[in-house]
Design a protein around this ligand. Structure first.
Ligand code: FES
Length: 189
């Protein structure tokens, strides 16, 4: 008479396997939670820790003051200081520089204050024109006509050793229009 013996694994072995996978699951979930929580925490505390990076407070050079003749408005380009490795050519940003006289400048964001299309300067008419919906601005950036509800946004500027620099990190937005305007806003030439 043959006897078939079925060997069952000891209860302890089953428990330890279950325990092992449970610990692995906890470890994996903990790792996933950290991965998700870190960027959220960084965003939440960015205003305290300065998480926007140094680029937010960057002054960038637009070029020698002599590149901008008095009484004229010219386009200038600079690299957005808030650059990410994946940004590519989009870091190249344009703006309009109006030299009124001497060290008196106005530097306008190129984007229309309506929906952000790039505006163009037409010296013949003395107007900035927006190709998208016909918005127009006077030479001092104030609104002339069309859908924009306000004038062009301005960058703060300063002259450093004969070089025009702008506070390019703090991009002007509808939510931050006042900070864009210097208290000594120059008069229209
Ligand atoms: Fe310029 Fe609409 S985006 S008028």
């Amino acid at each position: 008479m043959s006897t078939n013996t079925v060997t069952t694994p000891p209860a302890e072995a089953g428990l330890s396997r279950r325990g092992f996978f449970m610990k692995l699951g906890i470890l994996f979930n903990g790792f996933a939670a950290i991965v998700v929580a870190l960027p959220v925490a960084r965003f939440l505390f960015s205003s305290i820790t300065g998480g926007r990076g140094n680029g937010y407070l960057s002054w960038v050079r637009l070029g020698d003051v002599s590149n901008f003749p008095e009484g004229e408005t010219r386009m200038a380009t600079f690299q957005n200081p808030l650059v990410m490795p994946t940004d590519g050519k989009t870091v190249d940003t344009a703006c309009w520089v109006r030299r009124i006289a001497g060290d008196q400048f106005q530097v306008f964001a190129i984007n229309c204050a309506h929906l952000g299309c790039p505006v163009r300067w037409f010296p013949q008419s003395g107007l900035f024109m927006c190709p998208c919906h016909g918005g127009a601005y006077y030479r001092d950036g104030s609104r002339a006509s069309g859908p924009p509800e306000r004038g062009l946004f301005e960058y703060q500027y300063r002259i450093e050793n004969g070089v025009l620099t702008i506070d390019a990190g703090q991009l002007p937005t509808p939510g931050d229009p006042v900070a864009r305007l210097t208290s000594e806003k120059p008069q229209c030439a």
